[in-house]
Ligand binder design. Sequence first.
Ligand code: DAH
Length: 357
Amino acid sequence: MSTSPLADLPHETARLLEEIAALASLEQLRDIEPSILGKRSVLSSLQKSLGVLAPEDRRDAGAQLQGARRVVEAAFEARRSDLAALARAALLESDRLELGDVVVNAVRWPASVGHPSLVAVTQRELEDVFVAMGFTVSEGPEVESDWYNFEALNIPPAHPARGMWDTFYVELGEPETVVLRTHTSPTQVHLKEAAALHGSLPIHAVMPGRCFRRDTPDARHLATFHQIEGLVVDRGIAFSDLAGVIETFTRAYFGPDIESRLRPAFFPFTEPSAEFEVTCTICRGAGCRTCSQTGWIELGGCGMLDPAVLDAVGIDGDEWSGFAFGFGIDRCAQMRHQIADMRALIDNDTRFLRQFS
Ligand code: DAH
């Protein structure tokens, strides 16, 4: 009697199951699939060999072989899904992002786009008031030579009046010859110089801009602040013209319930000089911390042009006269909007800033 073709089936089945269990990747599984389940596989050649059996034996052997094939197929599919799961896990692991790999876009939509600062808005409003009064607008450099910032304004080197401005010096050239401008007054010098050169007098101009002083910030002062300078050079200008401009400006900008006053003062570039003050809007004149209990806030200075500052740029003081003024833009914003402490302007607290959008 010949040996049954399926004599080796249990052994072959066990070997196939072992081989399947040893598969380490989906690629290996794909490569080996024809030799385990394909036409040239052991199971298929056993199938073919059943042809030698008698029909009644063939049915039993066929069923036996089918059973073995189902076991092998099931093991193969189970291994396929295990390996697929492992591959997915490996992919996830390699794709994992560490904290810091991702920048979260935290901008809410619609994104807020910001707005000009209160100081910029105030500057524009002040310019508008003066333009309506017939002034032009000019700007000058923030870094100036000693001559523009001091000397041409009748403040010679080592003059005691220099103590009025705590100056930041720029390390450029000879020591203490280049400064961050301490006021916008040097821009008057540029304008007068250009007008003298081009014969383009008279001048009616305002000059806004940023200024710098070695000051400790407090409720009324910032080390970086803004001024607007005014300059009129014309024929037959009197102090009453200056007083009229200051008064017209105050009413136009602050409204009828804010009073202004001029008090005698000293500035080297004007004679006579005055300080320009307005009612403190924080306490309405009653006295508070912001106005140091005086009820008044000093906005700036003004006066009739000293002939020496005309002479410095070659303008004939017998023919031309004029006045000048300079006051704080940040101070104006502070009084107009009742900001008790000016440092709020530079704190970058958006709850404060948003109120002026
Ligand atoms: N420049 C002066 C300051 O910052 C203010 C000032 C006073 C400007 C009198 C003027 C003026 O033009 O005439 O302290």
